[in-house]
Design a protein around this ligand. Structure first.
Ligand code: FAD
Ligand code: NAP
Length: 312
């Protein structure tokens, strides 16, 4: 029986592993379906993690030292996909791909979320080289330069507002002429002089060269095409929360979730199920930043240690 099963090996899961094992738990396994590191390994540069201020370090380089440190205190790693987490009596059953079951006293789920892609030409080719899904992460790279934002939901408009304080101009491109975002947010956006709304318009293509993005090709409802020269494009067309492991065999969630599929946790990362914790990008109100995911993982780990002590 594991003291703790950690599902997902991004910043939240790795930090949870560090804090549980260094805090004295002997039997902790991190289940990660790929190499540990998480989404940040896709990033070409990270410069907002405090204490780490080397320019042009990729997310992959950044996470290298995490692995060494997080496994140093006895955390075990199984490179397996988890299918399901279920509470069976006092304990948890972790079902792995292939059907094997592992029992654990506690579980911390940190499977993250995945930004959706919009599907225009060049989106994948230029992802991380001018196309981004994170304004907090990459906005500063376009300080005093014009950028475009794709999407008409709350995320797109709130991030456009954030970018408008850094960038010279923000062009919001939306496929309809009404916005899905809250009316108060739309009003706030309309009051910003350097935000320009381009509605009834889709992105056909993002183009550039080896240095990165130089512009987007737009097409409006009437079929008119035009080019917009910008070095950065932010795509906010929704997120898929990786919450499948928290569904039972009938497809119902085993713990409280909000309408967007994010796990409801309290400030201690406790879910509605005793002994089950969630951390990082998959939880409610997640700012989707490495520093926060790591903090969540540490918080959940400390709660796991207390929970196990209380059960004795
Ligand atoms: P993730 O990093 O998403 O990790 C989840 C892990 O769970 C993954 O490794 C996945 O393989 C694993 N997993 C999922 N399902 C299963 C399963 N069923 N079984 C086993 N394993 C599973 N943040 C910043 O602070 N600064 C930045 O500059 C920055 N830049 C970014 C650039 C890019 C391109 C991207 C994509 C993100 C960036 N972020 C940045 C955001 C940051 O990466 C995330 O906020 C952070 O990684 C979230 O950590 P997490 O541990 O919650 O989840
Ligand atoms: P969302 O509400 O699903 O909006 C996605 C936007 O992207 C929509 O405007 C959609 O257009 C557009 N879109 C989708 N696919 C596209 C494509 N392939 N090409 C071009 N455009 C595309 O996603 P979200 O903004 O991330 O919000 C998710 C949930 O979180 C929402 O319920 C939102 O209210 C909530 N949220 C709340 C807050 C807040 O309350 N402060 C902040 C952020 C998010 P259409 O409108 O035409 O479908």
């Amino acid at each position: 029986m594991l003291d703790c099963a950690i599902i997902g090996g991004g910043p939240a899961g790795l930090t949870a592993g560090l804090y549980t094992t260094r805090g004295g738990l002997k039997n902790v396994t991190l289940f990660e379906m790929g190499m540990p590191g998480g989404q940040i390994t896709q990033s070409s540069e990270i410069e907002n993690y405090p204490g780490f201020f080397e320019h042009h370090k990729t997310g992959m380089d950044f996470m290298d030292t995490w692995q060494e440190q997080c496994f140093h205190f006895g955390l075990k790693h199984e490179m397996k996909k988890v299918e399901r987490v279920a509470k069976t009596g006092e304990h948890f059953t972790i079902t792995l791909e292939g059907g094997e079951n592992v029992e654990a006293k506690t579980a911390i789920v940190c499977t993250g979320s995945t930004p959706k892609r919009a599907g225009f030409k060049g989106e994948d080719e230029f992802f991380g080289r001018g196309v981004s899904t994170c304004a907090t992460c990459d906005g500063f790279f376009y300080k005093d330069k014009p950028v475009a934002v794709l999407g008409g939901g709350d995320t797109a408009l709130e991030e456009a507002h954030y970018l408008s304080n850094i960038c010279s101009d923000v062009y919001v491109i939306h496929r309809r002429d009404t916005f899905r975002a809250a009316p108060s947010t739309v009003d706030r956006i309309k009051r910003k002089e350097n935000i320009h709304l381009i509605t009834d318009t889709v992105i056909e293509e993002v183009f550039g060269d080896a240095m990165g993005v130089s512009g987007v090709k737009l097409k409006n409802k009437a079929g008119k095409t035009e080019e917009l020269n910008i070095p950065g494009l932010f795509v906010f067309v929704g997120h898929d929360v990786n919450n499948a492991v928290l569904k039972d065999e009938k497809g119902n969630f085993i713990c409280g979730m909000n309408d967007w599929g994010q796990v409801i946790v309290d400030l201690s990362m406790r879910t509605s199920v005793p002994g089950l914790f969630a951390a990082g990008d998959m939880r409610i109100e997640a700012p989707k930043q490495v520093v926060v995911a790591a903090g969540d993982g540490a918080t959940a780990a400390l709660q796991v240690i207390s929970y196990i002590q209380e059960q004795v």
